[in-house]
Design a protein around this ligand. Structure first.
Ligand code: DAH
Length: 332
């Protein structure tokens, strides 16, 4: 037993005295490789007297484990020390601050401005059924928007939503009037991309349904919104238009804030910028969701968020919003 203890301590001491990583590796070879001293001890088991065999076997096994653990520990100590020292005289690394995407800046502004007028935010799925996108919104079966040349179908009867107007239906189905919501979100169309069109873009839907809501309130609401977004002097005009889900319907323009209405390249000399569609919700739409159109009236609108952002920030190409070029994104 005493011999064993001496052998063990001698070996462990030798390993502990390693002076470098390489030295520790040499010790591993010396003791634990195929012809290493500890490995060779295993071969001697057969020369040991039978009553001592067991004790000797246990000793050699645990010595091998201990030696290996110690070598690894010693090596780890050296590799820590060998790490590059920290140079405290180097200048610090520049801290880059993240920024909001310009579309999110506009979305936040929409939520704030309409929020102050009592609108809450509603959401709906981007993969929709034809019912929510077309049928419930009073779009006839022959409407061109229903064709695969205009819309992106996922499978029969299901498509990527072409407008956020479907959220009007989902909102009204779920509750009882009054409703006062906006719903910003992505929409998709089968479009060839160019400077003003992309297959994916963002809209903000608006809906207000209550007793006795009039077109005057629609005008007032959008006027307040555009003044808050583009400045107090902004003029707003409504041009008669047609949408299947509103009656009467209108397109809404704001006076060009670049030239003040005199005519310039931004407004193509017209003095006005077109920003969205709106109107009084069609009685059929209300009836489709079980709202009594004799008792309740209301208005709806749909605004293009990219267009709002392009005009506000002077962006000339709609594709810039999705290209993820930092030179563009860092300007906001
Ligand atoms: N959904 C229309 C579009 O994508 C926009 C729109 C027009 C929405 C009039 C409305 C509305 O809610 O009343 O072109």
């Amino acid at each position: 037993m005493e011999d064993f203890t001496q052998i063990r301590e001698g070996i462990l001491r030798d390993i502990r005295s390693s002076v470098s990583l390489e030295d520790a590796e040499d010790k591993r070879i010396k003791y634990l490789s195929k012809k290493g001293e500890i490995t060779l001890l295993f071969g001697q088991i057969k020369t040991i007297a039978p009553d001592k065999k067991r004790e000797f076997g246990q000793f050699v096994n645990s010595l091998r484990d201990e030696a290996l653990d110690l070598i690894n520990e010693v090596k780890a100590g050296f590799s820590d020390k060998n790490k590059e020292p920290i140079d405290t005289t180097l200048p610090g690394r520049k801290f880059y601050r993240g920024r909001y995407h310009p579309l999110n800046l506009i979305k936040d502004e929409l939520k704030t401005i309409f929020g102050q007028m009592g609108f809450s935010v509603a959401t709906g799925p981007e993969v929709e059924t034809e019912y929510y996108i077309f049928d419930a919104l009073n779009m006839p079966s022959w409407h061109p928007a229903r064709k695969t040349t205009d819309s992106l179908y996922v499978d029969k009867g299901r498509l990527l939503r072409t407008e956020t107007s479907s959220v009007q239906i989902r909102t009204m189905e779920k509750g009882k009037p009054p409703f006062r919501i906006i719903s910003p979100g992505r929409v998709y169309r089968n479009e060839k991309e160019n400077a003003t069109h992309t297959a994916m873009f963002t809209q903000c839907e608006g809906l207000y349904i209550n007793r006795g809501v009039s077109f005057a309130e629609l005008k007032g609401t959008l006027k307040e919104f555009f003044k808050a977004l583009y400045g107090k002097n902004t003029q707003v005009r409504f041009r008669p238009h047609f949408f299947p889900f509103t009656e009467p319907s209108a397109e809404v323009d704001v006076s060009c804030f670049k030239c003040g209405g005199a005519g310039c390249s931004l407004c193509k000399s017209s003095g006005w910028l077109e920003l969205g569609g709106c109107g009084m919700v069609h009685p059929k739409v209300l009836e489709n969701v079980g709202v009594d159109s004799e008792e309740f009236t209301g208005f709806a609108f749909g605004l293009g968020i990219e267009r709002l952002a392009m005009l506000k920030y002077g962006v000339n190409d709609i594709r810039d919003f999705t290209e993820n070029d930092l030179r563009f994104l860092e300007q906001f």
